[in-house]
Design a protein around this ligand. Structure first.
Ligand SMILES: Cc1cc2nc3c(=O)[nH]c(=O)nc-3n(C[C@H](O)[C@H](O)[C@H](O)COP(=O)(O)OP(=O)(O)OC[C@H]3O[C@@H](n4cnc5c(N)ncnc54)[C@H](O)[C@@H]3O)c2cc1C
Length: 421
């Protein structure tokens, strides 16, 4: 690699970091991309792995394969453990790495808001380990329920609580309902499905905040049609692996709690010693630079920037659009020019509730039902990385759609590697 070229180090191969890396192909810089995993993860479909619709390899892609042939780039699989922004040096599990320009695209992690019991016994929905643990846990509970003579114990095994009425919670609840009521009866005909419950808990008084009210209301109806109980205004206070206790004291015996109620900036954000805003996100200038370190840019979920008085949402389009601005700015800074400011173009919000059911809000357009669902399918297939993954996901979805059958109903982890059972 040419040492005379400025060195750009990117932390994270998610939607932000990977897009920066690809856009720097051929640029007169030496790029080092670091990620603790050797793959890019398509997080929007994580819940489908949790509900046995897809397998992990369908939604990940090796970084080295994606960036194969990019001659100005080196990939390092390592975790960045600290950064000295004054000496421009990163500490990683694979040694130290110096940079001229740094792009922090470390994303986020599950935010349990300090609720230790929920963190201990509940499941996050943020990475492959989380969703494999959920899948194994749910499938094992069906095995146990099929053999359980005690009705109360059986009901607790078949009661699934999902916390958080944003897109992730809504999509997970819909997918879980289809697994429980449409797919599992084939394998477990002896179970009484009147004993099963899927409860979506939302602390506020509506689902999908940020979307127009009537789409929120339509989502509730679509979920209820799929036998999901939607409950508002009574947040979770505690979970001990057996009983979920709500703020007003109500106790719901349930063995499963899936936490889709919060994300915060990745732990690395706390280690940089610079200003953080809510959820630990790093405060940046409109040019995406850290105020005191113009050679450092932060993008994606880890960054805090406001547009029209509101923080930018933690969604993939923010990360990919910021990636493009970051690349433009690196090119400009290398040439001694002023960096440009980031302007977010909101492509809209989509959430699917399951087969034939979704809501979409794009500019002044609103859709619900079958058309929104088709739109959701097309957009997700197009956004997935890798032709092979697109084909495999399409086949799995078609199989599920026509035969009410999911391919990956196998329990793969030994007990003990999963949360309390
Ligand atoms: C379940 C779920 C569903 C979602 N659904 C949608 C959706 O439908 N639509 C949408 O727009 N958005 C969705 N999102 C949000 C979207 O995935 C994020 O906004 C997006 O991934 C943010 O991109 P990023 O580059 O900031 O971070 P990420 O994509 O999270 O990438 C961060 C990368 O940094 C790496 N990393 C972190 N810390 C370190 C470290 N210390 N050292 C080395 N590597 C590190 C991680 O391994 C990861 O690869 C969803 C998120 C989740 C969790």
């Amino acid at each position: 690699m040419d040492n005379r070229m400025p060195r750009v180090v990117i932390i994270g191969a998610g939607f932000g970091g990977l897009w920066v890396a690809r856009a720097l192909a051929g640029a007169p810089v030496a790029v080092i991309l670091i990620d603790k995993n050797n793959y890019h993860l398509f997080q929007p479909l994580l819940y489908q792995v949790a509900t046995a619709a897809l397998a992990p390899p369908d939604i990940v892609y090796p970084v080295r394969t994606i960036l194969r042939g990019q001659t100005n780039l080196t990939f390092r699989m390592a975790e960045v453990t600290a950064a000295d922004l004054n000496t421009r040096q990163l500490s990683t599990t694979a040694g130290t790495i110096d940079y001229d320009y740094l792009i922090v695209a470390a994303g986020g992690e599950t935010n349990f808001f300090g609720m230790k019991s929920v963190e201990r016994y509940g499941f996050g929905l943020k990475n492959i380990d989380d969703v494999l643990a959920i899948r194994n846990h749910i499938l094992r509970l069906f095995e146990l329920a099929a053999q359980e003579a005690n009705a109360a114990a059986r009901r607790a095994m078949l009661t699934f609580i999902i916390v958080g009425g944003g897109p992730t919670g809504v999509e997970s609840a819909g997918a879980l309902a289809e697994l429980v009521y449409l797919v599992m009866p084939k394998d477990y005909p002896g179970i009484d499905y009147e004993e099963a419950r899927i409860i979506l808990l939302e602390a506020s008084n509506r689902l999908l905040t940020g979307l127009p009210d009537d789409l929120g209301t339509a989502t509730v109806k679509m979920l209820e049609k799929k036998r999901v109980e939607v409950r508002f205004g009574n947040p979770v206070a505690d979970f001990d692996g057996e009983v979920v206790t709500l703020k007003d004291g109500e106790a719901i015996p349930a063995r499963t709690l899936i936490w889709a109620a919060g994300i915060r900036a990745a732990a690395l954000a706390d280690k940089l010693g610079v200003k953080q805003a809510g959820l630990g996100r790093l405060v940046i200038k409109p040019t995406l630079q850290l105020p005191e370190y113009p050679e450092v840019m932060v993008i994606g979920d880890a960054a805090y920037l406001e547009a029209e008085g509101q923080p930018l949402p933690m969604v993939a389009p923010v990360a990919t659009q910021q990636a493009q601005t970051a690349v433009n700015n690196i090119r400009r800074l290398v040439q001694g020019q002023e960096p440009e400011e980031f302007i977010y173009k909101n492509p809209g919000v989509l959430a699917t509730i399951g087969r034939n059911a979704a809501v979409a809000h794009m500019g002044k357009w609103q859709f619900k039902g079958f058309f929104a669902w088709l739109l959701w399918l097309v957009i997700h297939i197009v956004r997935l990385i890798g032709f092979r993954n697109r084909i495999v996901v399409l086949i799995n979805w078609a199989w599920d759609y026509f035969f009410f059958d999911r391919a990956v109903r196998v329990i793969m982890l030994k007990p003990g590697k999963v949360k309390k059972e």
